[in-house]
Design a protein around this ligand. Structure first.
Ligand SMILES: Cc1ncc(COP(=O)(O)O)c(C=O)c1O
Length: 458
């Protein structure tokens, strides 16, 4: 069966290339194709389903299958192997459901969604967010939450905010999320780093930093770290919170990918001290619709007033339209089934990428093996630079990220690349990793032998 359906797919694509099937035209009926190819109708249906998944054709109930209007664009998108983009997988976003929520929110709230609203966020949304956070072992109340315009806003505001401990400096994992490093630079914050590897951080070093460096807060991405894919054990998280308590340091916990954790026993740092030592930030951008620009932060009461003042100064409030529609979506319970789907999709892609890395990458590279999430990182052989790999692969339409910008200068590594699995199609994973492997081998041998190869110009 599989050979026939592949042949049908290929033949249809060839006809598109040749122009004998054009954008908007109807494909031959399933019955006709099954007769022409001497195969069952289900084989033809399978071929058409696959073409639909690749966005080459679409179906109209009771009518048939048609070629998409932007076939050329769909084909170009197909050719790109994207391990770079870090937005959620577009194919599993609930656009239609959310459209209903938007309409319903407008019907329900009317002009309220189009005027200034509570800077802390719609109370009714905060109630829903409290329920949602419980699934992540974060138990709080609507009064402790602020709805923010993406977690980036909360992070940015916290950099300059005065903290109750009266301290001045910020400690970050190295490497860490690039957007936060940008925010630190822009605000000229004094920042220290602590090295993070897939083995974790050195807790003695952390204690030393807490004790001696006037640390206001420690910014930490505890699950499915960006860019490493690293995650802390519950024991480590508990210890970090204890040290923070001992040295009067705050923790800013960015749990952006926490929803994807297959380990139901993994707790956030917040759960080890919900009294205000840990500021918990949860974005919905990776599991839902990042363009809504909605996230939330759980703050200690003592910081609420100053934080709200800072937020008011930058945008008054986060979009009330996004908030109202999100509230309806959460209230309907639709997030639950959506989350189930996204968890499966990302976990599967993550596994496929790791299997491909295991099978194809040269022995002198190593890669991280997170159980899910968006990111994994690959350490290249010492003499191969991430920048070169990125450039060489780009010429082959394979996009990966050089992680060097995710480090502060003293910690910089130039041989780390980040793969994001969120937007790559499953069928492109093996070809993409094979090209990556070839590229690493070529650059490695060039360095060793010092002679040019004819693989690709650089
Ligand atoms: C670790 C981390 N934190 C925060 C953000 C910011 O996301 P948003 O502002 O969309 O919530 C990102 C975005 O990629 C991220 O990777």
């Amino acid at each position: 069966m599989s050979l026939k359906y592949n042949r049908i797919m290929e033949d249809m694509k060839s006809r598109l290339e040749e122009g004998t099937l054009t954008a908007g035209s109807k494909l031959p009926s399933v019955r006709k194709v099954s007769e022409d190819y001497g195969c069952s109708k289900s084989t033809v249906m399978k071929a058409y389903d696959e073409l639909e998944k690749e966005h080459v054709i679409y179906s109209v109930p009771k009518s048939g299958y048609y070629v998409v209007n932007d076939f050329q664009q769909a084909r170009e998108e197909q050719e790109v192997i994207d391990f770079l983009s870090a937005g959620p997988d577009k194919n599993i976003m609930p656009y239609v459901e959310f459209q209903h929520c938007l309409n319903q929110a407008i019907d329900t709230y009317k002009e309220e969604l189009f005027t200034y609203s509570d800077p802390q966020g719609l109370y009714s949304l905060r109630v829903q967010l409290v329920n949602y956070l419980q699934n992540l072992q974060v138990f709080t109340e609507p009064e402790s939450l602020v709805v923010v315009s993406g977690s980036q806003q909360a992070l940015h505001l916290l950099v300059s905010l005065a903290f109750p401990n009266g301290k001045n400096n910020i400690l970050i994992e190295q490497p860490t999320y690039f957007g936060f490093i940008e925010s630190l630079h822009l605000q000229q914050a004094t920042v220290f780093g602590i090295e993070l590897t897939m083995e974790g951080i050195d807790l003695d070093r952390l204690e030393y930093m807490f004790r001696n460096n006037d640390i206001k807060f420690f910014y930490i991405v505890p699950r499915f770290h960006n860019p490493l894919g690293h995650g802390y054990t519950n024991r480590e998280k508990k210890k970090i919170v204890e040290l923070a308590e001992k040295y009067d340091v705050y923790i800013v916990e960015d749990d952006i990918l926490g929803d994807l954790d297959p380990d139901s026993k993994a707790d956030p740092l917040f759960s080890f001290d919900p009294s205000g030592r840990v500021i918990y930030i949860k974005s919905l951008s990776k599991i839902f619709l990042p363009g809504l620009r909605i996230g939330t932060v759980v703050l200690p009461a003592i910081m609420m007033r100053d934080f709200l003042q800072a937020k008011f100064c930058v945008d008054f409030t986060s979009s009330a339209l996004s908030q109202g529609a999100l509230e309806i979506y959460l209230k309907s319970g639709m997030l639950h089934s959506h989350l189930k789907k996204v968890k499966e999709v990302y976990q599967k892609k993550m596994l496929l990428v790791q299997e491909a890395c295991e099978a194809w990458l040269p022995a002198n590279t190593s890669f991280s093996k997170p159980a899910s999430g968006f990111y994994l990182s690959i350490s290249l052989p010492g003499n191969v630079k991430a920048k070169q790999v990125v450039q060489l692969l780009h010429e082959q339409h394979v996009y990966v990220d050089d992680a060097s910008r995710m480090f502060l200068p003293p910690y910089k590594k130039e041989n780390l690349i980040r793969l994001s699995i969120s937007q790559v199609n499953e069928s492109q994973i093996v070809p993409g990793i094979k090209l990556l492997a070839d590229c690493i081998s070529v650059l490695d041998s060039r360095k060793i032998h010092g002679k040019p190869t004819n693989f690709l110009p650089i």
